[in-house]
Ligand binder design. Sequence first.
Ligand SMILES: C[S@@+](CC[C@H](N)C(=O)[O-])C[C@H]1O[C@@H](n2cnc3c(N)ncnc32)[C@H](O)[C@@H]1O
Length: 282
Amino acid sequence: MLGIPLRYLVKHPVSGVADLAADPLQIWTTVHDTYVAQREQRGPRCPYESDPYWEQQLHGLLGLPWPCQVASEFWGLWPKVIAEMEAMGVRVGPESFQAWNDGDAGFVRAIWCLVRHMKPKMVVETGVAHGVTSRCILEALEKNGEGRLWSIDLPPLERDWRKQVGVAVGNRYGDRWSYIKGSSRLHLPDLLSRLGQIDLFIHDSLHSERNVRFELDRAWTVLRPNGAIVVDDVDANWGFQTFTQTFPHQRSMICDAEPIQPDLRRFNQKGLFGIILKPAQA
Ligand SMILES: C[S@@+](CC[C@H](N)C(=O)[O-])C[C@H]1O[C@@H](n2cnc3c(N)ncnc32)[C@H](O)[C@@H]1O
């Protein structure tokens, strides 16, 4: 169980000991979360099936026509965000932030449409990395002229990787964005109880069933009626499946990711994400 931090300590004794001394609870929580995530990988894969018409279905459930105008706004922004990152020398796409993927065009477009159509005041996400998703949420809130984003993110131990956290956002929209450093297990409950109610929740942090259920179960209790949850990489664990079975009154859909390059680790070379809409009366 201690393999990962021990390897890091041996490789980086000074910064490793500094991290441990600065926040032992966070280091212990990370070790435990990683151990459980690795054990989960021994089980069978959940046989999710994607809905090829998810965009039409999503807009139908929101009572909106499809194709919609705001999806074309997204296609104006997306190449700009990617080009800016590439110009900074940042690699984009699958496994571009250690083993993590940047938000892909399908996942981020779904979030873009939800933010532009629902005009949320309070958005919470977990997992920032390069900040592709954060940047697009913030751009959509800015276009709406209202709303704030809180992002909980456990940065990598390696100092070089930490410099890349949030590069897609840069210095933009500081008045709309709160970055909370640390794991969702340690910070999400407190954040949600401070906010009281949220309009939209996005999971893109540690993709274990245990962590997905920890985040979704808590977000659900403060999600307003007609609010939404978007979950990345649902094919990585059973969390989306067990959540939607436990809360049967929600409406949900599974969608194909659209990575810039094929993600060869995935059963469909793309990955899947999921959307959950909370009914007016849950
Ligand atoms: C898939 S990446 C996020 C990609 C990001 N949404 C984007 O579009 O660029 C996952 C991020 O979550 C962080 N992370 C890992 N475990 C976490 C946890 N338990 N809580 C919060 N963040 C975590 C990782 O360090 C990484 O930065």
